[in-house]
Design a protein around this ligand. Sequence first.
Ligand code: R5P
Length: 282
Amino acid sequence: MDIVSGPASQLLAGRVHEILKNNLLVSDFKKFPDGEIYTRILDEFTGNKVTIIQSTVTDSDFVCLLQLIDACEDISSINVIIPYMGYARQDKRFKHGEPISARAIARSIKADMVFTVNIHDESILDHFDADAKNLDATPVIGRYIKNLKLKDPLIISPDDGAIGLAKSASKDLGIDFDFLDKTRHSGESVSMKPKTLAVKGRDVIILDDIISTGGTMAQTISLLKEQGAHEVYTACVHPVFSSNAVLKLFKAGVRGIIATDTIDKGVSVVSAAPVIADAIKS
Ligand code: R5P
């Protein structure tokens, strides 16, 4: 099994290679003067099975994934791993005339098997023209949390969408769990329904699948601080961290930010590589 990495997942692909000791092929990624992307797999394939790992954080990352799949056309078995799939949050038609962008993206991926990691909604998997499976990276986040020295910890989901994640992490760690009601008004604006939580004097970890603008987390941190939480940490699988999200979290009083390397950021202190390596092995 050869591993081909796209530009957005080099660290994660390297870590998967370190675990599996597979052949990691080096590719070239450049831009033409007009902005189009040039992609070339430089190393030779060693077999007839390949796994391509590429998060689609930007539109260019998505084009690059399509190019890599095309470049592997002569290989008889192609697995595609999309650790973070962009556009997954547009998984339904919210307003008349909108596309279901997640479906459009999924339909364009041609492979034998597709793996996603904590995809926004598992219903998206049905749109792939391939066997598709969603992997769960929360256990690796849980292991990291376990090693923090926390005072009477509590896990909180900032909305009902992340309840499943927070519940499973709290069960694994054997610590308490609660959640908040969130309403999103636009891409940038969210409001919370204040709820009195038993956080006074306790360390709290707010767990969500994605941190994007940081609005959800910043509001949750402020609310918990007002209610007397001791230290507040944020944890997520996908650190999109657009614009000034990191600053918003620190301004709100976060003690630490925990995220995986499905998107390679400075806050990616946990690796999803063991989860992906297990999926490839099986
Ligand atoms: C929403 O459904 C997700 O679970 C996250 O809560 C959301 O994407 C976070 O976005 P932001 O950081 O922009 O508030």
